[in-house]
Design a protein around this ligand. Structure first.
Ligand code: LLP
Length: 412
């Protein structure tokens, strides 16, 4: 959805320079068409197979983004009471919500039961006991899936790899049947499914498929043992291309790969994609403040920083940086850095980019996922505005924070 027309960069049919001028920078801009296309790619590829695409709210939890997906029929994967609150505010259907996460609190479980969510993805026996007790108190039955840890290596950044036995996530797959067996003694639980999520930004889906085979086999054994098991939740994790020439798996091909493995299972298939739905739909707009040279090193100082986009600092992640208006000047090699007082505050290092001048606008690409949601007020910087593009229109979906917003709730 991002393209140049002559010298100007557009999101759908809106010149991004117009948004930067109107809304200011830094600002995140999302293409609604890109988000919906990605959602539909999942939904349509499942075709006749019973399924729910539960968008992983953590990737981008802005209300307008959630509303777009809710209207398209999406379910939601949440990991906190706050995310549930957002989903409900955005008009999401609680009956299509799954609640993941290793540390759900009693208050969060209560809120989820009261809202009537579809199912809990449970990660420990103590969590099962808590959910059972709270469901009993309400006189209801809670649906659950155990998140199993299949011990496969997703080959991704160690911070976002979750499916190895050394990680905190899930219950080892070898122990799962015993845990389901013990759950029979808990009267207010119903074993609705099995879940699994092995990591994020996975560019080769082979390990996901390997995990799926293990989970399907487990679901079969559980059904034979008399558990209801109606769904498999296969998590998220499909990667996107951040660098030019990087190959990311196609959503449709990936789901077709799943279908051939799952078609005969008779189970409803759930997936929890985040990044592959919103990642490429977003850009972060920023303005060049200064150019400077320290010795031989060239710096482009911009008005977005690690508080706006932490992925380069935290994961050494690569985001393409391109101008909103191309100039025909020789390219330069520079560090693109923000105003924050840390050497770790950079958006790119030793990067060949267009020759830009103070006042020029740049787009930091593929920042629709894990961009705004990971932003902070570090250095007392107000958080960025967010804009949604729909065809030839754009609208602000979150105002830029003010200085007053920065101190809201504080007392001296
Ligand atoms: N389901 C569960 C249980 C998860 O933990 C995650 C992501 C997802 C689904 C969605 O995964 P996705 O489809 O987006 O890969 N902040 C990191 C990514 C952290 C991912 C955490 N869990 C980053 O910026 O790369």
């Amino acid at each position: 959805m991002l393209r140049y027309s002559r010298a100007d960069l557009y999101s759908e049919d809106v010149p991004l320079a117009d948004i930067a001028a109107r809304v200011g920078t830094p600002a995140f801009v999302y293409s609604s068409r890109a988000i919906l296309n990605n959602y539909c790619a999942y939904h349509e590829a499942f075709a006749e197979l019973p399924h729910t695409v539960c968008y992983a709210v953590k990737a981008n939890s802005s209300l307008a983004v959630l509303r777009l997906l809710a209207d398209a029929g999406a379910g939601f994967d949440i990991v906190s009471g706050g995310e549930l609150f957002r989903v409900l505010k955005a008009g999401g259907n609680p009956n299509k919500v799954v609640f993941s996460g290793v540390g759900k609190t009693a208050a969060e479980v209560e809120y989820a039961l009261e809202s009537g969510i579809h199912s809990f993805n449970c990660e420990s026996e103590s969590e099962l006991a808590l959910i059972n007790a709270m469901a009993a108190r309400r006189g209801t039955t809670a649906g659950f899936a155990i998140r199993v840890n299949p011990d496969v290596d997703p080959s991704t950044h160690p911070y976002i790899s979750t499916g190895l036995s050394e990680h905190k996530f899930g219950i080892p797959i070898a122990d799962a049947i015993a845990v389901y067996e013990r759950s029979r003694d808990l009267g207010n639980l119903s074993a609705e499914g099995v879940s699994c999520h092995i990591g994020s930004q996975i560019l080769d889906p082979t390990p996901i498929l390997e995990a799926v085979d293990k989970v399907v086999a487990l679901a079969g054994s559980l059904r034979n043992a008399g558990f209801p098991i109606r769904h498999l939740d296969l998590g998220g994790g499909l990667g996107v291309a951040y660098r030019p020439g990087e190959e990311a798996p196609g959503i449709r091909e990936f789901i077709q790969g799943l279908r051939t493995r799952l078609g005969a299972s008779g189970l409803c298939i759930m997936v929890e994609p985040g990044r592959s739905i919103v990642g490429q739909a977003g850009v972060l707009l920023t303005r060049v403040l200064y150019r400077k040279k320290n010795g031989d090193k060239e710096f482009v100082v911009v008005d977005a920083a690690m508080n706006d986009l932490i992925r380069p600092s935290l994961y050494r992640a690569h985001h393409e940086i391109i101008p909103l208006r191309r100039r025909n000047l020789p390219r330069i090699t520079a560090d693109v850095v923000g105003p924050i007082c840390e050497t770790g505050d950079f958006l790119a290092r030793d990067r060949e980019i267009d020759n830009v001048l103070p006042g020029d606008f740049l787009a930091v690409c593929t920042t629709g996922a894990y961009g705004f949601v990971l932003s902070s007020n570090y250095n007392s910087r107000p958080r960025a505005a967010e804009v949604l593009v729909e065809g030839d229109r754009s609208r602000i979906i979150r105002n830029r924070e003010s200085y007053e917003d920065l101190i809201r709730g504080e007392t001296i």
